[in-house]
Design a protein around this ligand. Sequence first.
Ligand SMILES: [Zn+2]
Length: 222
Amino acid sequence: MSGSEEGSILVIVAHPDDESIGAGGTIRRHVEKGVSVDVHCMTGNEERNEELKAACGILGVRNLYLSERGDFAINEELTNEVVGAILKSRPKIIITHHPSDYNRNHQQCALIVSQAVEWASHTTIFEDAHRVDRIYNMEINTMISRPNVHVDITASYPAALAAIKKHKSQVKKADSFYVQLYDARTRLRGVQAKCKRAEAFAITLPEHAGPFYEKNSVDWLI
Ligand SMILES: [Zn+2]
């Protein structure tokens, strides 16, 4: 698996379609600016993985880490798998779910990611330990009440919408709910951010607690 250059992004999601609904416009925008974006999905099956591949093709994703694990099979045993994805992808930032999302799988994914980010940075455990700078928590159904940043996705919205529509089984099952939700949500966030369309994120600074983290020291704060 290709090691990553500086400044790449790893998107870690619970289900196929979360990557497009939560951050499709942001992914596409960064890919267009030359940033490599990988996606790790915790659950899947043959049909949904094919849909995910097609969606990620539209978004321009570099590496896609798939699973055949069924929905609701997300638990902390997955932490090592996520650590593995982090050590392979070596991202500067991770985009994942928000811990207050109403969906339990999304909550668990957010928790597992924050644990894995800390674990993957242990130089005493991994020779190739990797330190992630920031976690960006995205929104799916549950709006983030106090987002830290809005990303202007006006130009990449059509690609993100096309990616969502590649998740045909989900679009059909939910009677286009997510297409409508994404349309309305990105317009609302655009109003807040003074652009046509935006995606909102909360930012989590990872905790790197050990005394062996030389990078925890700074000369000054400004
Ligand atoms: Zn989901």
